[in-house]
Design a protein around this ligand. Structure first.
Ligand code: PHE
Length: 339
């Protein structure tokens, strides 16, 4: 009897089937009541009592084995042609590729973080502006060349609907609606009618800063900017303020930082000067305060504005500004995914 069981097990083990129907025939042949294993249960009655335990276990094991074999064969055919054919559905899914943050966003967030620690909040203003907020309230004389079609994009024939050429317009919006003290930065996109090249684009980004309170001095401006430069470019960074001119600040200056690439020794990035220009700044012109209904005898303020593209190009050694707007994944995926 045990030999018979063993032989049957080997037979079942070796089974191959080529169709669902064939599997059904095999099921009937082996495990149906009248099948070969069924017969074993009949023969079991004749087994001597002392062998009953061993033989009984062997038949049960064989039955389980046969059931599993038939089921596996059956499943193989049932899955065929369906969506999961040949797939292991318990396998982990395809890993999802996480996007990376745009390098301009990385640098913008870093700059916001530095100024947040110095007590500056963040505000924004519209990209489509009027003459008042972009020019007039910022003390631009009526004949100033920046108002020209050459430099400014106008949306309509109406010269009062234009794309802002700098984020200084947000200074005006904030001063018009806020009582000093004001301490805020304004990140945003700006537009200038310029030929697109490796170094300039008609769309770019700026971060503006504004601090208005009693007794704000040029020394406060310088100290704030020094702290900012050290945090952004490293503790050893030096700054240099060169006299300049903007209609809305008096005095005005341009700030250079010591070249972070050569450490000030001179290289092709800083054109062998050791310095890199990164922003414009100055004390808010009293006229501007008055145009925003802020008492210029009581309050003073400083403002600064910087281009995010330029700082990002220096930070990552990017040679062509057009990369920022082309959305080439090969370029974008080189930058950290989060800050
Ligand atoms: N708005 C100036 C520019 O776009 C930068 C600036 C901002 C200068 C604030 C002084 C103060 O060039």
């Amino acid at each position: 009897m045990l030999d018979k069981i063993k032989a049957l097990q080997e037979e079942i083990d070796a089974i191959v089937a080529s169709s669902k129907e064939e599997v059904e025939e095999l099921r009937i042949k082996y495990i149906s009541k009248k099948g070969l294993i069924g017969q074993l249960f009949n023969d079991f009655k004749t087994v001597p009592a002392e062998q009953k335990k061993e033989v009984g276990q062997a038949i049960n094991t064989l039955k389980t084995f046969a059931l599993e074999k038939i089921n596996t064969l059956k499943e193989g055919f049932e899955n065929n042609g369906s969506e999961s054919a040949g797939q292991d559905l318990t396998m982990p899914g395809e890993p999802m590729k996480l996007g990376t943050r745009h390098p301009l966003s990385l640098v913008k967030n870093e700059i916001i973080g530095i100024f947040a620690r110095l007590g500056f909040t963040v505000a924004e203003g519209p990209e489509i502006e009027d003459d008042w907020h972009v020019f007039s309230a910022l003390n631009f004389p009526p004949e100033h060349p920046a108002r020209d079609m050459q430099d400014t994009f106008f949306i309509e024939k109406d010269p009062d609907v234009l794309l802002r050429t700098h984020t200084s317009s947000v200074q005006i919006r904030v001063m018009e609606r806020t009582e000093p003290p004001i301490r805020a930065i304004f990140p945003g996109r700006v537009f200038r009618n310029e030929a697109i090249s490796a170094r300039s684009h008609c769309i770019f980004h700026q971060i503006e800063g504004l601090y208005v309170d009693e007794n704000v001095s040029f020394a406060d401006l310088k100290q704030t900017l020094l702290q900012f430069a050290k945090e952004l470019f490293g503790e050893d960074t030096k700054i240099r303020l060169r006299p300049s001119y903007f209609p809305f600040t008096e005095p005005s200056a341009e700030m250079d930082v010591s070249c972070s690439i050569c450490g000030g020794k001179g290289c092709n990035v800083c054109k062998y000067t050791g310095w890199l220009e990164i922003l414009g700044c100055g004390m808010v012109d009293p006229n501007v305060l008055e145009l925003c209904n802020i008492d210029s005898r009581k309050y003073t303020g400083f403002a600064f504005g910087m281009g995010i593209e330029r700082i990002t190009m220096l930070r990552y050694g990017i040679k062509d500004i057009r990369h920022f707007f082309e959305n080439d994944v090969r370029f974008l995926k080189q930058f950290e995914s989060a800050t």
